[in-house]
Design a protein around this ligand. Structure first.
Ligand SMILES: [Zn+2]
Ligand SMILES: [Zn+2]
Length: 585
């Protein structure tokens, strides 16, 4: 027989067949359970149930054992087509299935049932031929329980979801589980607490992170790095208030488009204001303050500042999804003919910034969908020009890239950068967007060579994007072991005994005076414990000082990443640390 199924499809069929098996096992163990739906997902499968009495994680081994028993008798899936009346009769005790049958009928589709062993389910198909033979027993397992609303709607009943993991082989299953374990250890919410970087307060509210001294150092150091890269390329800093009159967002279109997420304020005089959900509209008004000659363009405004969005409480998550976040935002106001050069400059910043942390990048060229012209603003000619320009950039730079048709913003095409982290997860990070819409709405122009008004374009250019979200990625990528130049505490000075305190303190002071973030451990703990504490805090270097070091005006240097270095004179330490900071190694 010629294999017609690709491996990906085969895996999906295997996963979905396991969902059938899961439902069969649950119904044998608890016959009064109502089973609902059970699809394949990209790590395995799940099935949602309404149990008569709640079950617990402890029940999973029992269910899994039953599945392994049942599968031995499943040699095939039998398929039958039935009328909706028949189907409704057969699932009469299960209101979820009855609802699904009614929907299938309404959609005018065929109703099909699949049976293996003693279990029949309403299903569209997509199974392995012979579950007993085709499902390798060591390649799957049940994973965990979760709550899930029927049809994902919180107005509906909460069901119990049982998740299973399933891969092609046991090896892939093991690898996946190792990765999950590692991801749990690296969870930024957990590390944020352990490393004392940020906190949340019930009084302040959910989704509103508060930054500790260490966390603030981290943010500012990152922001300084971005600013350094921008300053070299002609950016200037601007500053704006965090609220605005409604009028600004009516003109920009955000009042309508951001309706749900906008924090609104009514003043005592009854005027309507809003907290800013982004900075672009404010920045247009800095550009619009005067008339510009083409000779003065581009104008490049950089502004690291907080934005506010009224996210739903259920969707908030650590630093990944918050209600207040800071953007390292920038906007370039320029002529269309200058846009390519400006894009290249931002491109270079992105490619200088991300590899510093060991992220590898690929680029998505996000284009408009020609089949849905109505979704986009601006004429065909402008779009062609803009997209060709972006395509040229990607080609010239010879990087890993792919095209995303339909991924453009309604106001213009963009370059989206995807960063791969230490766990091989890909995150969308920086984006450079060409905007032909905002200048139109705010009537932004320059006076060109012919003394005519010429419409300009705007480029949105955040490097980290949201600093909170970037930090959630960076914390997990580095597991909290930040590079030396970025670490909130770069060096810890550890005295061997009480008698060495004074000298240790002096060393720490000297390092601090040289601009190095050094701490002195003056606690009563023994030296071994102090070193362990420095390791737990993931401090890049610690210096141990005892009699020998005091006599030699030196300190015994040890590195988090490379182990003991040996005794180094204090001035040499300062030179070494300064060099590593400025080189960002
Ligand atoms: Zn099925
Ligand atoms: Zn913007």
């Amino acid at each position: 027989m010629i294999p017609t199924m690709n491996t990906e499809e085969h895996l999906a069929h295997k996963r979905h067949s396991l969902a059938h098996l899961l439902a069969a096992a649950v119904l044998e163990l608890w016959p009064d359970t109502k089973n609902t739906i059970g699809p394949a997902i990209n790590t395995g499968f799940y099935y949602d149930f309404e149990f008569a009495a709640p079950i617990a994680e402890e029940d999973l081994p029992k269910i899994e054992k039953k599945m392994r028993e049942i599968v031995k008798g499943w040699k095939k899936f039998d398929h039958e087509e039935v009328s909706n009346v028949d189907a409704a009769k057969r699932f009469a005790g299960n209101p979820y299935k009855v609802e699904l049958i009614a929907d299938i009928k309404k959609a005018g589709e065929k109703i099909t049932l699949y049976t293996s062993g003693a279990f029949t389910d309403l299903c569209r198909g997509g199974h392995v031929d012979n579950p007993a033979k085709d499902i390798e027993p060591s390649s799957w397992k049940l994973d965990r329980l979760a709550g899930a609303y029927w049809r994902g709607d919180e107005k509906n009943k909460m069901l119990t979801r049982i998740y299973g993991l399933a891969f092609d082989t046991k090896k892939e299953l093991d690898e996946y589980e190792t990765k999950i374990e590692e991801a749990k250890k690296r969870d930024h919410k957990k590390l944020g607490k352990e490393l004392d970087l940020f906190t949340f307060s019930d009084l302040v509210g959910a989704g509103l992170p508060l930054w500790t001294p260490y966390g603030t150092t981290l943010r500012n150091t990152l922001d300084e790095f971005v600013w350094e890269l921008r300053r070299k390329r002609g950016y200037e800093r601007v500053e704006i208030p965090h609220i605005t009159k409604k009028d600004l967002y009516e003109t920009s279109g955000h009042w309508e488009k951001f309706k749900e997420e906008l924090f609104r304020i009514t003043t005592r005089e009854g005027h309507e204001f809003a907290m800013k959900p982004m900075n672009c509209p404010h920045h247009t008004q800095i550009y619009a303050r005067k008339q510009w000659s083409y000779r003065e363009l581009p104008q490049r405004y950089a502004n690291t500042t907080a934005c506010y969005r009224d996210e739903q409480t259920g969707e908030l998550s650590g630093l990944s999804r918050v209600r207040a976040f800071s953007q390292d935002d920038a906007h370039v106001f320029c002529r269309m003919s200058q846009a390519k050069e400006e894009f290249l400059k931002i491109w270079d910043i992105v490619h200088e910034f991300y590899p510093t942390f060991g992220f590898s990048l690929r680029v998505r060229l996000s284009l408009h969908d020609p089949a849905h012209k109505e979704k986009y603003l601006g004429g065909k000619e402008n779009w062609e020009k803009a997209e060709n320009m972006l395509r040229e950039i990607v080609k010239e730079k010879q990087v890993l890239s792919f095209e995303g048709v339909g991924e453009a913003a309604f106001y213009g095409p963009k370059l989206d950068f995807m960063a791969k982290d230490a766990l091989d997860r890909e995150w969308q990070v920086a984006t450079i967007q060409l905007d032909m819409n905002m200048p139109e709405r705010f009537d932004l122009y320059c006076i060109n060579e012919k003394s005519e008004k010429e419409r300009i374009v705007m480029i949105h250019a955040a490097i980290m994007g949201s600093i909170e979200r970037f930090l959630s990625i960076l914390i997990e990528h580095t597991a909290g072991a930040f590079p030396f130049w970025l670490a909130p505490v770069q060096v810890k000075v550890i005295p061997v005994r009480e008698t060495h305190h004074e000298y240790a303190k002096k060393v720490a002071d000297e390092l601090r005076a040289a601009g190095i973030r050094a701490d002195f451990d003056g606690s009563d703990e023994g030296m071994g414990k102090k070193v362990r504490a420095a390791k737990v805090q993931k401090i890049p270097y610690w210096l141990v000082v005892g009699d020998k070091e005091v006599a030699a005006r030196a300190a015994a240097l040890e590195s988090r990443d490379k182990g003991p270095v040996g005794a180094v004179a204090v001035p040499d330490l300062i030179a070494k640390f300064k060099k590593e900071t400025s080189e960002r190694t």
